[in-house]
Design a protein around this ligand. Structure first.
Ligand SMILES: [Zn+2]
Length: 468
């Protein structure tokens, strides 16, 4: 039976995930993410899909991160007429992410038009790829599929989701292709999480696959142990309280914010940190937190044991959410220790900028970095502890303490990627195809996998077909 696998995104890079399974009778797409970056070239890559969505029979969505779900509306605009299969939590997160993206695209385009008008230029205007109506139309085509439920999603192709332990609702897509009396088993791993992450279950193992499409984001990196997070967090909070300062945490609205809140809640229950005000100051993070509260079925056993069946790990008296800009501004007037969690995660935009501006020059405060900071972002300059940083066009001296916690990563490192595979027979796993990683990371992982005895490991190239 001829089966082909190919990718029109997240091939030798980390964003824009779009993978395909082609069987004699069906074409199934796994994820339809957005390429990320501000360049015109990236915009064009998102605008022009290099395949005809009308030929796709079914779309499988592994999780709600923007680089996996962000370009779904373009499929429907391009004539796709089928369903998007996702877990219920992924559905909710995708709705939030797509609505936010439609909003950002509209305001980016409006900003560029105003700039052109002001300067009398004809500069590049990134016209929105989709609007609010398009996202609504897309969401109406979602079909819930719970973990471990098997469903025929296209002729002869059966899908079962298993928890990937990466973000709430994240799944590995186990696909069985039945054709002419034989069954082929192919595992699209999506993004692979880690054992021991707060709230989430550890990554689960579907039945033995013949072919595994694996992410490789950290194919050349090792993270700190997840178990060290609590101690590090307690140290930072207590140090800052002693000084009478504030802890400022730039954090992604979905996932990271909730993990931090959970961690702080636990420390507080165990009396390892005092009860001081904790603010979630990001409208998107507040919405995301309520999605977490609605899906306790996705929590791991430790979370259920700690908080009981009905208790909410995200609801406690000193946790404050600030929806309005006025409430957000009032935090600045607070003259006692507090913890402020705000977006954006790399401190490029959003309310976090105000908090950094107001607190970064005071050595009694701490800026706590809990996520990856890309080059050329304010977050990165803070990690590098530059003496001066620019915020809203003004220069500020960085005198606050800067602490970096590496243990929060939601992606497996190379030991964890390899460890995940130990569960399976090397002989029966005939082929591993790497996606979702930069070239260096992939080369390093490919070498390690080959040395560990996996026979056929390749990094997928953009648009190239792999017969499996
Ligand atoms: Zn992800």
């Amino acid at each position: 039976m001829a089966i082909n696998i190919y990718s029109w995104g997240a091939a030798e890079e980390v964003t824009g995930s779009k993978h395909f399974l082609e069987t004699p009778r069906a074409l199934v797409q796994v994820d339809c993410g957005m390429f990320q970056g501000r360049r015109q070239e990236t915009y064009e890559k998102n605008r022009k899909l290099p395949f005809d969505p009308r030929n796709v029979n079914a779309v499988v969505l592994t999780h709600g991160h923007f680089d996996h779900c962000g370009n779904l509306p373009s499929l429907y605009k391009g004539g796709y007429d089928g369903a998007v299969y996702a877990t219920p939590a992924t559905r909710d997160i995708s709705q939030l992410v797509l609505a936010d993206s439609a909003h950002i695209q509209a305001s980016d385009a409006a900003w560029a038009e105003r700039r052109n008008a002001r300067k009398g230029r004809r500069g590049f205007v990134p016209k929105p790829l989709y609007d609010h109506e398009d996202t609504e139309r897309t969401m109406a085509r979602f079909e819930n599929l719970k973990y471990r439920e098997r469903k025929e999603v296209a002729p002869g192709v059966f899908l079962t989701f298993f928890d990937a332990g990466h973000i709430l609702g994240s799944a590995m897509a186990f696909l069985e292709v039945e054709e002419g009396g034989t069954t082929r088993k192919i595992l699209f791993g999506g993004d692979l999480g880690r054992n021991g992450l707060p709230i989430l279950r550890d990554p689960q193992h579907p039945p033995q696959p013949e072919v595994y499409i694996s992410e490789s984001t950290y194919g050349n990196r090792l993270h700190d142990e997840v178990s060290e997070v609590d101690d590090q967090m307690a140290e930072v909070v207590n140090w800052t309280i002693k000084k009478g300062g504030k802890v400022i945490i730039p954090a992604f609205a979905i996932g990271r914010t909730q993990e931090i809140v959970y961690c702080l809640h636990l420390l507080q229950r165990e009396r390892r940190i005092p009860k001081i005000p904790i603010f979630i100051d990001s409208p998107m993070a507040i919405k995301a937190t309520s999605i977490f509260s609605r899906h306790p079925d996705c929590y791991d056993q430790a979370t259920r044991d700690t908080f009981g069946k009905d208790a909410n790990p995200f609801g406690f008296e000193n946790l404050r959410v600030t929806r309005s800009v006025e409430e957000s501004k009032m935090i600045n007037e607070l003259d006692k220790p507090a913890i402020i969690i705000s977006a954006s995660g790399m401190a490029e935009a959003g309310r976090i900028l105000h908090h950094l501006r107001n607190n970064i020059e005071d050595p009694k405060n701490t800026v706590l970095v809990v996520g990856f900071m890309a080059e050329h972002t304010l977050g990165r300059r803070i990690v590098e502890r530059r003496e001066k940083v620019r915020i809203f066009g003004e220069e500020f001296s960085l005198r606050a303490r800067v602490k970096v916690l590496n243990a929060f990563s939601a992606h497996a490192d190379y030991n964890e990627l390899l460890g995940y595979l130990d569960h399976y027979s090397k002989k029966e796993l005939r082929k591993i195809l790497l996606v979702h990683g930069e070239k260096d990371a992939q080369a390093s992982l490919l070498k390690k996998m080959t040395e560990s005895g996996y026979r056929d490991v390749k990094a997928i190239k953009y648009g190239k077909k792999y017969r499996v």
